[in-house]
Write a protein that binds this ligand. Structure first.
Ligand SMILES: *Cc1c(COP(=O)(O)O)cnc(C)c1O
Length: 377
């Protein structure tokens, strides 16, 4: 077997940014304000620019960003939260942590994002049953592609629901020219190292279009404090972003635009070579993906996985089991067969290496392996 190539090359990125990152970290070590140091506010300002002016609140993780967004909307027991089943655990987890009930929605087979027709059906079904109050929709920008916020916002408005964008993978994406962070009243993103904008540990941010909501989020982030540190006006959490992570992210944000272009070029290279061979991701006309992942759909997945392994090309499966079939969440779903697209994707999807520092040579190695794995005997 030939030597392996990385799935995500954070070492190459560090080699490129080392002097700037080391300098920023050194500065924090010297001023010593490890909690809520000046880098946090500086990063929030720059993130706000990225998000078309939405207020940005740096937080401890993408999961906490989602949780705090639900807390800011006072979503809790008796509330139904609509979300795709084909997603990472955290999307469903936060609804349950708040005592709300997740209602799973199927996704589209080609964009992998929330199926808005099925969303409307699920809202109608919950309203008819009359046991839960429809309150929120959490669309996920899966693999970096913005969900259809135009259609989703229409449905939300009809039923008086709040939209919370799970943009853990979506930061850097655009819809109709508008950036992620500005497409929903609340947006949660993650700086987990493997996300498009990743730090060197856990971190995240919430974007809020409304200043009053942003103010509430800053209070929730600091244990629900009021105007004085020891006046507690609501229940909050320890949800702060570390100063050191903010310092690192400030450097990474400088090259984020270039990195998004490099990701897009790699996606185009994959598309051109694989488009006729396997199902490649569909990006709607007015959309720009942040390409957190590049995922293909192949009916005989195991053969392709084997061919990739043989060629020393790493791959990953996001996600091998949809949320409505997970043991911990099955009680909130309608079982096998209820969300056929999510179920079919979990059996046939796989992700190829995707990062901004991948060489054309390594991309072509991945392409050749997929071609080998799909060739008829
Ligand atoms: C990564 C991820 C999260 C959680 O982010 P963390 O920073 O790891 O807590 C939430 N939702 C989705 C879709 C994700 O991919």
């Amino acid at each position: 077997m030939s030597n392996s190539i990385p799935f995500i090359d954070l070492k190459a990125q560090y080699a490129h940014l080392k002097p700037r990152i080391d300098e920023r970290i050194q500065k924090v070590l010297e001023h010593g304000q490890y909690i809520m140091g000046p880098e946090v506010a500086e990063l929030e300002g720059k993130l706000s620019d990225w998000a078309g002016g939405a207020e940005a609140i740096g937080v401890s993780s993408g999961t906490d960003a989602l949780l705090m967004a639900l807390m800011a909307c006072e979503i809790g027991p008796g509330d139904a939260v609509f979300l795709p089943s084909f997603t990472f655990t955290a999307t469903a987890e936060v609804a349950l942590l708040q005592g709300a009930t997740p209602v799973f929605v199927d996704v589209e087979p080609d964009s992998f994002n929330l199926d808005v027709r099925h969303l409307a059906d699920q809202i109608a079904a919950v309203a008819r049953a009359g046991e839960l109050r429809p309150r929120a929709i959490i669309p996920v920008d899966l693999f970096g592609l913005p969900a259809d916020y135009v259609a989703i916002s229409e449905v939300a408005e009809q039923h008086g629901l709040v939209v919370i964008d799970d943009a853990a993978q979506g930061l850097g994406g655009r819809l109709g020219g508008a950036p992620i962070g500005s497409l929903a009243p609340l947006t949660a993103t993650s700086f987990f190292p493997a996300k498009p904008l990743g730090g060197y540990g856990d971190g995240g941010a919430v974007f809020a279009l409304d200043a009053e909501v942003a103010h509430r989020l800053r209070s929730i982030r600091a244990h629900g404090k009021g105007d004085h540190k020891y006046e507690i006006v609501r229940v909050g959490i320890n949800g702060r972003l570390d100063t050191l992570q903010a310092a690192i992210l400030l450097v990474k944000l400088e090259v984020f635009g270039e990195e998004l272009k490099a990701r897009d070029q790699l996606a185009q290279r994959y598309n051109a070579a694989l488009g006729g061979l396997v199902q490649v991701p569909r990006v709607p006309e007015d959309c720009q993906s942040a390409w957190a992942q590049y995922s293909i759909v192949v009916p005989e997945r195991q053969r392709v996985l084997d061919a990739l392994k043989e060629a020393g090309v790493p791959s990953a499966i996001y996600y091998p089991l949809p949320m409505h079939l997970q043991p911990a969440y099955a009680a909130y779903g309608a079982g096998q067969g209820s969300l056929p697209v999510s179920e079919a994707l979990s059996r046939s999807i796989l992700s190829l290496p995707m990062h901004p520092y991948m060489s054309e040579e390594n991309a072509d190695r991945a392409i050749a392996a997929v071609q080998a794995g799909t060739a008829s005997d």
